[in-house]
Design a protein around this ligand. Structure first.
Ligand SMILES: [Zn+2]
Length: 182
């Protein structure tokens, strides 16, 4: 697909300004790169549409937008997960070794675009952290105290997320992100 077409598509997409502003400066390189494939969990981190309190609260799946892993008074966003939440300090330290201390999204995307090692670092962070957040969310949903609206309906969560994922490399659920290709 032509670059201009992607630019137009991103501009009107639902992924949000944060993601669009990080991708636009490197969009040509991002689309041309020969390494890495986005996984479902990486896409969650890049778009903020996924297993984060703020997003789940917005779509009516959580009572509050707070972080269940450190402090319910702190809004749980992709940025909080990536840059601040003390629960993920070990995973973040490993990512810092790959990418440096600036984990803002534009810097992250720049490094991912330009190097396979950075891509793998982000992949490792996302798989480790988001899988734990998903497990904790499943536990909350399984609790007898969970409000009806939050209880799990099979397969619905992934479809909800998928509606918000118009990124160049739309992931398939089976993707591992390390098999090469684009
Ligand atoms: Zn937290």
């Amino acid at each position: 697909m032509a670059l201009e077409c992607w630019r137009g598509r991103l501009a009107v997409s639902q992924v949000g300004r944060r993601t669009v502003q990080a991708l636009l400066p490197v969009l040509a390189e991002w689309l041309r790169r020969r390494h890495g494939r986005l996984t479902y969990r990486m896409t969650q981190l890049l778009t903020g549409h996924g297993c984060f309190g703020a997003f789940l609260h917005r779509i009516g799946r959580e009572e509050v937008p707070g972080c269940h892993h450190c402090n319910l008074d702190t809004v749980d966003t992709a940025e909080h997960t990536l840059q601040e939440c003390p629960a993920w300090a070990d995973e973040r330290a490993a990512l810092n070794i790959c990418i440096g201390n600036d984990l803002s999204l534009p810097v992250l995307v720049h490094h991912m675009t330009n190097g396979e090692e950075a891509w793998r670092g982000v992949l490792t962070f996302c798989e480790a952290v988001i899988s734990q957040k998903e497990a904790a969310e499943r536990e909350r949903e399984a609790s007898p105290d969970a409000p009806i609206a939050r209880r799990r309906r099979h397969g619905q969560r992934r479809r909800l997320y998928d509606l918000h994922l118009p990124l160049p490399n739309r992931p398939r659920p089976s993707d591992t992100g390390v098999s090469g290709g684009v």
